[in-house]
Design a protein around this ligand. Structure first.
Ligand SMILES: [Zn+2]
Ligand SMILES: [Zn+2]
Length: 335
């Protein structure tokens, strides 16, 4: 692999990225320039803990009885959008005051994805809603303002540009090649991280951040609203293995994850596939990124995938064969 900078266009989003491995060696002179480690130091009483229910609006979805709740979804007390312009909810993922997703049991983590599905189903059927965005910020550097584990759901009356770009790019690729760009991701062994129980982890061809990884199913359903409880358990197990590996490689990075599923009224197009994008905050978007929408990434996804793969035990047969195939596969995705 050469270390010369390389332009890559993401076949899913259409976004351009500059892979510049030599950037990793540049001198870092400012003490807060390295954002990798997630900060969760707290300075106030937690409004998401049991006993503080009066501090949030009444729950719209609950797991567990009354005061013994295990997970709650509440309307955001400080919403970015409101009735008529959208819906903003918070998924409080556990009654325990935990700050690391790895502190959740497999059942709890699966329950988070079940909650995502349930809110997606309800909000997608709400008049005026065109898209429902589920996302999670882990660590202050990733935008979290409260440490107690939570995700957020924002329903909007329009299709956001990035979601629109994905569906349009995927549709165009499908028209031109007959291929689903998400299925293509599963057939690139050099960027495949793990496959287990019908789900895969893969680094995208043109990642914005070093170690950016996507989780996606290897078979239908195309829409996240249609996943089963068993699917959510499989996602939780694979995600736990991945987050453990990510912590080993990067030392507790701050990160975001978000769920992309086709817009509410897009049906189940053959060119699209729901997926969870996981973005470790390995660098800070700066002037160039804000100016152009193009990202500079110092770690090629093939190298990131190899490092993560090494740290994910219980490799399936698919993973074993993945590690035997190398470089020539890469050029095929350059369209
Ligand atoms: Zn708390
Ligand atoms: Zn996406």
């Amino acid at each position: 692999m050469t270390s010369d900078p390389e332009f890559r266009r993401c076949p899913v989003s259409g976004r351009w990225v500059i892979l510049a491995p030599e950037r990793a060696a540049r001198p870092i002179g400012l003490s807060h320039a390295k954002p990798a480690v997630r900060a969760n130091a707290e300075r106030a009483v937690c409004p998401f803990c049991p006993g503080m229910e009066h501090d949030t609006p009444p729950a719209v979805y609950t797991v567990g009885p009354g005061p013994d709740w295990r997970l709650r979804v509440v309307p955001n007390k400080f919403p970015a959008v409101r009735d008529g312009t959208g819906v903003h909810e918070v998924v409080i993922e556990t009654h325990r005051h935990e700050t690391d997703p790895l502190a959740l049991t497999d059942d709890e983590l699966a329950g988070v994805f079940v909650a995502y599905r349930e809110r997606l189903r309800v909000l997608s059927a709400t008049p005026g809603v065109e898209h429902v965005q589920v996302f999670k910020n882990v660590g202050a550097e990733a935008g979290a303002s409260l440490a107690h584990l939570h995700s957020q759901v924002i329903a909007t009356p329009m299709i956001p540009p990035d979601v629109w770009a994905e569906t349009e790019n995927a549709a165009q690729a499908y028209r031109q090649t007959g291929r689903n760009v998400f299925h293509d991701m599963l057939e690139q062994p050099s960027r495949l991280v793990a496959v287990a129980d019908g789900f895969a982890l893969a680094c995208p061809f043109a990642p914005r951040f070093a170690y950016e990884t996507w989780l996606l199913p290897t078979a239908p359903p195309e829409r996240f609203e249609a996943v089963t409880d068993a699917d959510c358990r499989a996602v939780a197990k694979l995600l736990r293995r991945f987050l453990t590996a990510l912590d080993e490689v990067l030392g507790q990075p701050a990160y975001n994850w978000f769920l992309h599923t086709a817009p509410v009224r897009a049906g189940t197009p053959p060119h699209y596939q729901w997926h969870l994008e996981i973005l470790p905050r390995t660098s800070r978007p700066a002037g160039f990124e804000w100016a152009t929408g193009m990202f500079i990434n110092a770690v090629p996804p093939e190298r990131a995938a190899a490092a993560l793969r090494e740290r994910m035990p219980l490799a399936s047969t698919t993973e074993a064969s993945a590690s035997e195939v190398s470089a020539p596969e890469i050029s095929k995705t350059g369209r």
